[in-house]
Design a binder for this molecule. Structure first.
Ligand code: GUN
Ligand code: ZN
Length: 444
């Protein structure tokens, strides 16, 4: 058989990415901090799905390249959402409760529906298409307690070539009868899912205890054994989100030093652990997270919407904890990572910290990829990485356009983009060098 001809694609636009953690340095006017890579009006060259180079906008590649001219648009790496619940887009924007009531009232009934593949399969496709329509190309996802919900999600992820980290929710107590598992069956289901999905293409398995209150000690111990038994597994859960929840965990686990310590004792803290929220942690907890190399997925939209509290990003960063950004839909009210960036800025402003746009972008691109141990694969526009890309209008609508035109430097421009923008700014999304979403009336 003759070798397949290579696919050569070139996209033109303003290329912006981060090559190193910019910290909390906004830079000086006209001069971004080290780590920011800005290549206005360039062609990005993509061969067989991978980035292979760039060239100036006025020097296009030859006809051997399929050219997509987005001159004047912003091209960033595809965004990463490090904590999102696929079944919860059905309850996004539900009124009037804090975490524990919200779970009972809205979330558990929505998750129950995913017992049926006839529901779970199209729902997973709809969820991933929605991520792509928001510029999100990789995600760390909670499906439901049902193994079939993981199959549905991974099947749909494989079909789209997306980078997904996900696993069956573990939940053997304090949940409705038809949403509970037990230790033995859950272990068998996890092993089966790991053997069939973990490491297949861009899919990785995450051991997923929902949160400490819904798993017995025996189940958490089983989760820890799984993490130790298989290479490269992730662990995802929630920690210290809400004050009533924290009090409940202290009652349920009287021997643990803290909420985080419940997980640490069971071997669930490691470099591939993604812990959502982490609002009510103390210094010892932050030290433990930093030592383990675990990351906090900061979910500002959810924290505001559910009245959970204000996460102190700076305190975590100063302790050496990796912080990524996440929507936490359906506690969060938007899949847009631009909205997460803007909400994060406001949450930090409440603590007197200014979150530069660079750090916000880092936390849902290269920083998230690095915290997941996947920066060789995505998160920046460097040669050799997969071409997961988002193509954006810098501004939409008269107000944002006027603001954009008046921006004096790149930081002001990017900050206005993330503060005023959302999925309506998105023109196209590419996954591994293929168009995965194209706005109506647009060409990829
Ligand atoms: N804690 C346990 N489960 C959940 C959930 O589904 N959403 C949020 N925000 N917190 C949780
Ligand atoms: Zn969550």
């Amino acid at each position: 058989m003759p070798a397949q001809p290579s696919t050569r694609i070139a996209l033109r636009g303003d290329l912006l990415d981060l090559v190193a953690d910019p910290g909390f340095d906004p830079g000086t006017a006209g001069m971004p901090p080290a780590g920011v890579r800005w290549r206005p009006d360039h062609w990005l060259l993509v061969e067989d799905g991978r980035i292979v180079g760039t060239r100036p906008g006025d020097d296009p590649p030859d006809d051997g390249w399929e050219r997509h001219d987005h001159a004047g648009k912003l091209i960033t790496p595809g965004l990463t959402d490090t904590h999102v619940h696929s079944p919860q887009i059905d309850v996004i924007g539900s009124y009037g409760t804090q975490l524990l009531d919200w779970l009972e009232t809205y979330t558990f009934p929505a998750e129950r529906r995913h017992a049926e593949p006839a529901y779970a399969v199209p729902a997973a496709a709809h969820f991933l298409d929605a991520l792509l329509a928001h510029g999100t190309t990789s995600a760390v996802v909670f499906p439901t307690v049902h193994p079939g919900s993981v199959d549905a999600l991974f099947e749909a992820g494989r079909a789209r070539g997306m980078r997904l980290v996900a696993g069956k929710i573990l939940m053997d107590r304090h949940a409705p009868d038809d949403l509970r598992d037990d230790v033995e069956q859950a272990e068998r289901d996890c092993v089966d899912l790991i053997e069939r999905w973990h490491g297949q293409g861009r899919l990785s398995y995450a051991v997923t205890p929902r949160f400490a209150p819904t798993s017995s000690d025996a189940q958490l111990a089983m989760a820890g054994r799984l993490c130790a038994a298989f290479d490269g597994l992730y662990m995802q859960t929630h920690v210290a989100e809400n004050r009533d929840e924290v009090r409940w965990v202290a009652e349920l686990f009287p021997d643990a030093r803290s909420y985080l310590d419940v997980y640490a004792r069971h071997g669930l803290l490691g470099a591939r652990s993604v812990l959502a929220h982490g609002i009510w942690l103390d210094d010892d907890d932050r030290r433990a997270l930093a030592q383990a190399g675990a990351q906090v997925a900061h979910c500002p939209s959810s924290n505001l919407f559910l009245g959970s509290g204000l996460f102190d990003w700076r305190q975590a960063a100063d302790a050496g904890v990796a912080v990524s950004l996440a929507s936490d839909v359906g506690g969060g009210t938007s899949l847009s990572m631009l909205r997460a960036m803007a909400d994060a800025y406001k949450v930090q402003a409440m603590a007197g910290t200014r979150l530069p746009a660079w750090q916000a972008l880092w936390a849902c691109t290269h920083g998230a990829a690095r915290a997941l141990g996947l920066s060789h694969e995505f998160g920046h526009l460097s040669d050799g990485t997969l071409a997961d890309l988002a193509v954006w209008d810098w501004a939409t609508g008269p107000v944002a356009r006027r603001r954009d035109a008046l921006a004096d430097d790149l930081h002001q421009r990017l900050f206005a983009f993330m503060t005023l923008g959302d999925e309506r700014n998105l023109a196209a999304t590419w996954v591994a060098g293929r168009p995965a979403y194209v706005r109506r009336g647009e060409t990829a």
